[in-house]
Design a protein. Structure first.
Length: 210
Protein backbone atom coordinates (compact mmCIF):
# COMPACT_ATOMS: atom_id res chain seq x y z
CA UNK A 1 0.00 0.00 0.00
CA UNK A 2 1.49 3.30 -1.13
CA UNK A 3 0.80 6.45 0.89
CA UNK A 4 1.08 9.84 -0.88
CA UNK A 5 2.68 12.65 1.02
CA UNK A 6 0.15 15.41 1.68
CA UNK A 7 1.54 18.95 1.45
CA UNK A 8 0.58 21.10 4.40
CA UNK A 9 -0.37 24.77 3.86
CA UNK A 10 1.87 27.18 5.78
CA UNK A 11 0.28 28.89 8.73
CA UNK A 12 0.83 32.41 7.43
CA UNK A 13 -1.10 31.74 4.22
CA UNK A 14 -3.98 30.27 6.16
CA UNK A 15 -4.10 33.33 8.43
CA UNK A 16 -4.05 35.72 5.44
CA UNK A 17 -6.93 33.87 3.76
CA UNK A 18 -8.99 34.03 6.94
CA UNK A 19 -8.57 37.81 7.15
CA UNK A 20 -9.63 38.24 3.51
CA UNK A 21 -12.73 36.14 4.13
CA UNK A 22 -13.70 38.26 7.17
CA UNK A 23 -13.31 41.53 5.16
CA UNK A 24 -15.54 40.19 2.40
CA UNK A 25 -18.23 39.19 4.89
CA UNK A 26 -18.19 42.63 6.59
CA UNK A 27 -18.42 44.46 3.24
CA UNK A 28 -21.28 42.26 2.08
CA UNK A 29 -23.17 42.94 5.30
CA UNK A 30 -22.77 46.76 4.94
CA UNK A 31 -24.14 46.59 1.39
CA UNK A 32 -27.20 44.68 2.63
CA UNK A 33 -27.86 47.35 5.31
CA UNK A 34 -27.45 50.20 2.81
CA UNK A 35 -29.84 48.61 0.34
CA UNK A 36 -32.34 48.04 3.11
CA UNK A 37 -32.33 51.79 4.02
CA UNK A 38 -33.13 53.04 0.50
CA UNK A 39 -36.81 54.07 0.40
CA UNK A 40 -38.93 52.42 -2.21
CA UNK A 41 -41.20 55.45 -2.77
CA UNK A 42 -40.49 58.52 -4.95
CA UNK A 43 -38.40 61.33 -3.43
CA UNK A 44 -39.84 64.82 -3.97
CA UNK A 45 -37.49 67.40 -5.52
CA UNK A 46 -37.35 71.05 -4.44
CA UNK A 47 -36.99 73.65 -7.16
CA UNK A 48 -36.26 77.29 -6.25
CA UNK A 49 -37.29 80.37 -8.16
CA UNK A 50 -35.60 83.80 -7.88
CA UNK A 51 -37.38 86.27 -5.64
CA UNK A 52 -38.46 89.43 -7.46
CA UNK A 53 -36.78 91.15 -10.42
CA UNK A 54 -33.07 90.96 -11.12
CA UNK A 55 -30.81 93.67 -12.61
CA UNK A 56 -27.69 92.54 -14.49
CA UNK A 57 -24.85 94.99 -15.17
CA UNK A 58 -24.07 95.13 -18.90
CA UNK A 59 -20.57 95.15 -20.34
CA UNK A 60 -19.00 98.58 -20.80
CA UNK A 61 -15.63 100.13 -21.54
CA UNK A 62 -14.85 101.02 -17.92
CA UNK A 63 -15.70 97.59 -16.53
CA UNK A 64 -17.95 99.06 -13.82
CA UNK A 65 -20.86 101.47 -13.35
CA UNK A 66 -21.58 104.13 -10.74
CA UNK A 67 -24.29 103.71 -8.12
CA UNK A 68 -25.92 106.92 -6.86
CA UNK A 69 -28.09 107.86 -3.93
CA UNK A 70 -30.93 109.02 -6.18
CA UNK A 71 -32.14 109.06 -9.78
CA UNK A 72 -30.18 112.10 -10.90
CA UNK A 73 -26.50 112.39 -11.76
CA UNK A 74 -26.33 116.09 -10.88
CA UNK A 75 -28.36 116.12 -7.66
CA UNK A 76 -27.11 112.91 -5.98
CA UNK A 77 -23.61 111.74 -5.08
CA UNK A 78 -21.96 108.44 -6.05
CA UNK A 79 -22.33 105.93 -3.19
CA UNK A 80 -20.60 102.94 -4.80
CA UNK A 81 -19.93 100.94 -7.96
CA UNK A 82 -20.98 97.65 -9.58
CA UNK A 83 -18.69 95.61 -11.81
CA UNK A 84 -19.94 94.33 -15.15
CA UNK A 85 -21.80 91.04 -14.95
CA UNK A 86 -23.02 91.65 -11.38
CA UNK A 87 -26.59 90.64 -10.50
CA UNK A 88 -28.51 92.61 -7.88
CA UNK A 89 -32.17 92.66 -6.82
CA UNK A 90 -34.13 95.33 -8.68
CA UNK A 91 -36.76 97.09 -6.54
CA UNK A 92 -38.37 99.65 -8.85
CA UNK A 93 -37.94 102.32 -11.48
CA UNK A 94 -38.21 106.11 -11.58
CA UNK A 95 -41.39 107.73 -12.96
CA UNK A 96 -39.71 108.29 -16.32
CA UNK A 97 -38.06 104.85 -16.38
CA UNK A 98 -34.54 106.25 -16.82
CA UNK A 99 -33.29 105.02 -13.41
CA UNK A 100 -33.56 101.67 -11.64
CA UNK A 101 -33.63 101.30 -7.85
CA UNK A 102 -31.58 98.35 -6.60
CA UNK A 103 -30.83 96.77 -3.24
CA UNK A 104 -27.40 98.02 -2.21
CA UNK A 105 -26.37 97.16 1.37
CA UNK A 106 -23.99 99.49 3.14
CA UNK A 107 -25.70 102.77 2.26
CA UNK A 108 -28.45 104.59 4.18
CA UNK A 109 -31.71 102.72 3.59
CA UNK A 110 -29.94 99.86 1.80
CA UNK A 111 -31.08 101.05 -1.65
CA UNK A 112 -29.46 102.98 -4.48
CA UNK A 113 -30.10 104.00 -8.08
CA UNK A 114 -28.45 103.08 -11.41
CA UNK A 115 -28.95 104.44 -14.95
CA UNK A 116 -31.28 102.04 -16.75
CA UNK A 117 -29.25 101.90 -20.00
CA UNK A 118 -26.43 100.22 -18.07
CA UNK A 119 -28.61 97.36 -16.79
CA UNK A 120 -30.62 94.44 -18.10
CA UNK A 121 -33.74 94.11 -15.95
CA UNK A 122 -35.52 90.78 -15.78
CA UNK A 123 -38.96 91.09 -14.24
CA UNK A 124 -41.64 93.71 -13.72
CA UNK A 125 -40.80 96.74 -11.58
CA UNK A 126 -43.11 99.20 -9.83
CA UNK A 127 -42.72 102.95 -10.14
CA UNK A 128 -40.99 104.48 -7.10
CA UNK A 129 -40.86 108.17 -6.30
CA UNK A 130 -37.29 109.47 -5.99
CA UNK A 131 -35.95 110.49 -2.57
CA UNK A 132 -35.54 114.18 -1.69
CA UNK A 133 -32.50 115.85 -3.19
CA UNK A 134 -29.46 116.25 -1.03
CA UNK A 135 -28.77 119.64 0.54
CA UNK A 136 -25.33 120.78 1.62
CA UNK A 137 -24.73 120.55 5.36
CA UNK A 138 -23.23 124.05 5.55
CA UNK A 139 -24.41 126.91 3.39
CA UNK A 140 -21.52 129.10 2.38
CA UNK A 141 -22.09 132.73 3.37
CA UNK A 142 -19.90 135.72 2.63
CA UNK A 143 -19.37 138.41 5.24
CA UNK A 144 -19.75 141.74 3.40
CA UNK A 145 -17.49 143.50 5.90
CA UNK A 146 -14.74 140.94 5.41
CA UNK A 147 -15.17 140.97 1.66
CA UNK A 148 -14.90 144.75 1.60
CA UNK A 149 -11.42 144.54 3.11
CA UNK A 150 -10.18 142.68 0.06
CA UNK A 151 -11.70 145.08 -2.44
CA UNK A 152 -8.93 147.29 -3.74
CA UNK A 153 -9.90 150.36 -5.68
CA UNK A 154 -7.50 151.07 -8.47
CA UNK A 155 -7.33 154.82 -9.20
CA UNK A 156 -7.65 155.74 -12.83
CA UNK A 157 -4.31 156.29 -14.44
CA UNK A 158 -3.73 159.25 -16.72
CA UNK A 159 -2.82 158.24 -20.19
CA UNK A 160 0.47 159.71 -21.46
CA UNK A 161 0.14 162.69 -23.78
CA UNK A 162 2.04 162.89 -27.02
CA UNK A 163 3.94 166.09 -27.79
CA UNK A 164 4.90 166.59 -31.39
CA UNK A 165 8.68 167.13 -31.74
CA UNK A 166 9.98 170.32 -33.36
CA UNK A 167 10.70 170.23 -37.08
CA UNK A 168 14.03 168.75 -38.00
CA UNK A 169 16.50 171.32 -39.25
CA UNK A 170 18.95 169.97 -41.77
CA UNK A 171 22.32 171.76 -41.85
CA UNK A 172 23.37 173.39 -45.12
CA UNK A 173 26.98 173.65 -46.22
CA UNK A 174 28.19 176.73 -48.22
CA UNK A 175 29.47 176.13 -51.73
CA UNK A 176 33.25 176.54 -51.98
CA UNK A 177 34.14 179.77 -53.68
CA UNK A 178 36.30 179.44 -56.77
CA UNK A 179 39.97 179.90 -56.21
CA UNK A 180 41.12 183.29 -57.46
CA UNK A 181 43.73 182.95 -60.22
CA UNK A 182 44.61 186.58 -60.65
CA UNK A 183 48.36 187.08 -60.43
CA UNK A 184 49.14 183.35 -60.01
CA UNK A 185 50.21 180.69 -62.53
CA UNK A 186 47.87 177.70 -62.60
CA UNK A 187 49.39 174.53 -61.20
CA UNK A 188 48.35 172.54 -64.26
CA UNK A 189 50.23 174.86 -66.55
CA UNK A 190 53.37 174.48 -64.44
CA UNK A 191 53.18 170.68 -64.61
CA UNK A 192 52.71 170.71 -68.37
CA UNK A 193 55.66 173.06 -68.80
CA UNK A 194 57.92 170.85 -66.68
CA UNK A 195 56.89 167.83 -68.72
CA UNK A 196 57.78 169.63 -71.98
CA UNK A 197 61.16 170.63 -70.60
CA UNK A 198 61.85 167.02 -69.56
CA UNK A 199 60.95 165.70 -72.97
CA UNK A 200 63.10 168.33 -74.67
CA UNK A 201 66.07 167.46 -72.42
CA UNK A 202 65.67 163.79 -73.20
CA UNK A 203 65.79 164.51 -76.96
CA UNK A 204 68.95 166.61 -76.61
CA UNK A 205 70.70 163.84 -74.68
CA UNK A 206 69.82 161.33 -77.36
CA UNK A 207 71.11 163.59 -80.15
CA UNK A 208 74.42 164.16 -78.39
CA UNK A 209 74.88 160.47 -77.89
CA UNK A 210 75.03 159.97 -81.61
Amino acid sequence: MVFKKIKTIPFRWAFFGLIVLLVMLITWGDNLNANAQIPTGSIPTVTGTPFGAIAIVLDNEQGFINVRGGPNAAAYDIVGVLVEGSQVPALGRSPGGEWIQIAYPGVPGGVAWVWSDLLEVRGALPVIEPPPTQTPRVTATIDPTLAAQFLVEVPPTRLPTFTEPPPLVQPTFPVDAPIATQGKVPMGLVIIGMAIIGIFGTLLSLLRGR
